[in-house]
Design a protein around this ligand. Sequence first.
Ligand SMILES: Cc1cc2nc3c(=O)[nH]c(=O)nc-3n(C[C@H](O)[C@H](O)[C@H](O)COP(=O)(O)OP(=O)(O)OC[C@H]3O[C@@H](n4cnc5c(N)ncnc54)[C@H](O)[C@@H]3O)c2cc1C
Length: 439
Amino acid sequence: MEGFTETNTQENTYTGYLCACFDSAQIREICLYNVPMQKSVAIIGGGPAGLMAAEVISARGVQVDVYDSMSSVGRKFLMAGKSGLNITHSDPFEAFVSKYGKRRNEIEPLLKKFGADQLRAWVHRLGIETFTGTSGRVFPKGMKASPLLRAWLRRLTDSGATFHLRHQWTGFLPDGSLRFVTPNGDAHIKADATVLALGGGSWRRLGSDGAWVDWLKQAGAEIEPLSPSNCGFDVAWSPHFREKFEGHPIKSVVLSFGEFRQQGEFIVTKEGVEGGLIYSASAFIRDEIYASGTATVLLDLQPDRTLDWLTEKLSRPRGSRSLASYLEKTLGIKGVKAGLLREFVSKEDFADAKRLAGFIKALPVPFVAPRPLDEAISTVGGVTFDSLDENLMLKNLPGVFCAGEMLDWEAPTGGYLLTACFSSGYAAGNGALKYLSAK
Ligand SMILES: Cc1cc2nc3c(=O)[nH]c(=O)nc-3n(C[C@H](O)[C@H](O)[C@H](O)COP(=O)(O)OP(=O)(O)OC[C@H]3O[C@@H](n4cnc5c(N)ncnc54)[C@H](O)[C@@H]3O)c2cc1C
C-alpha cells in the first residue's frame, strides 16, 4: 500500500481494515500519529457520525466501544432510507459548501478532508454502488440504507469494535467517567477519549432525544437551543379548506420569501404545510417567525404564465360560465390551487381581473409557527463551534469530541445533512487519535 509500511502482525491486521475502508490520503492522516494500542475510545451514539468516528479509530487498531441507548444502532439512518437514501449531492464543491449557510466556514475544512467524493468512494468500498439522480442527488443503488448499514456493521465488528446497546449515557461523573443507565442498572465507564455523536432533537422514537443538552451544559459546554430545521409550518386553515384539501399536493409553484425563490411542491397538512419546497425555505421562514411572530410567503401558482397574460385572459368576457369554471378551463387553476385562492383572496379582489391575476402570481400565505421539533427532518442548534477546537474537541473537556447533527449547523435536504455527519465523524475520529497520541 502506498505510503504505509507494514511492520508487525498487529499492524498487518489494522492495515487490512484501513485499506478496506479508506483511500491512501485518508490512511496517511489516520496513521499520522503514533497511538499506544492499549488505549480505548468510547463512542456514544451509533448514527452515521458515531459509526464513522468508530470506523476511523477501529481501523487504526485502537479499541472502540460504541454505546447507544436504543436496542439497535442507525435507526434514523434507516428511516432516511425509507424514501430513498439521499446520501450526498453531486454539486461542485463551491455550490456544495454554500448549502451550510452561516456555518459554511466551519463545515468547509471538514468537507475538504471527507466530502461528497470521499463519501461516495467510501460507500463503494463497502460494496455498495451509487448513482446520481436527475436532480444531482446521490443515492445508493437500491435506494435503501439497510444493505449499507449491514455491510458497515459487519466490517466494524470484524475490525474489533464492540457494541453496547440499551446503554443510555446520562452525563459525566466528577472523575470524568461516563455514566450510563443500562437494563442491568447504572454503569460507570472510564475511556481514554470519548466521541459524542448523539444526534439532534427530532424523531425521538429513533433515539435522538436531545436530552444530552442539559448534561453537556452542566459539564461546561456551550450549547445553542435546539430548533427545528427542514420542518413544516402551521397555517391557520379554515375548517372548510382543511377538510377538503388535507393531504393534497400543491405542485409546481414558486415560493418566494425574502431572497429565497424556488420552484417545487409541497403538501397541505391538517395543521399547515410540509414537503421539499417548504423544507428548503424553512430556515428563513423559521428565523422570521422567531423574530417577528409570523412570516408571510408568496406563492406563484402559475409560474409559466406572466402577469400580463393572466390579466388579459381574466379580463375577457366569460359569458355564462362561473369564475371557478373559467379559472379551471382557461387557466387550469382547479382543486387545491383554486381552494388556496378562495382561502386567501377576498370576494372583492376575486371579482377584479387585474387584482386576481396579481394574487395568482403572488398569493400571500401567512405561516404562524414552525411544527414541533420532534417532527422536523433535522435540528439546528447544539454544541457551538466556538466551544470546539479544530479537531472537534470540547475546549472545556479535553478528550471529549463531538460530531454529527448535535453540532450547531444546518443544511437543506439533498444529502448535505448526512455528508456533514459522516464528515464530522471522520474529523472527530482523527481528533481522538491525535489526542491519544499526545497523552
Ligand atoms: C425521515 C428522515 C429522513 C431523512 N433523510 C435524509 C436523507 O435522505 N439525506 C440526508 O442527508 N439526511 C437525511 N435525514 C437526516 C439524517 O438522517 C440525520 O441528519 C443523521 O442521521 C444524523 O446523524 P447523527 O449520527 O448525527 O445522529 P443520529 O443518526 O440521530 O444518531 C444518534 C444516535 O445517538 C443515540 N443516542 C442519543 N442520545 C443518546 C444517549 N443519551 N445515550 C446513548 N445513545 C444516545 C441515538 O439512539 C442514535 O442512535 C433524514 C432524517 C429523517 C428524520
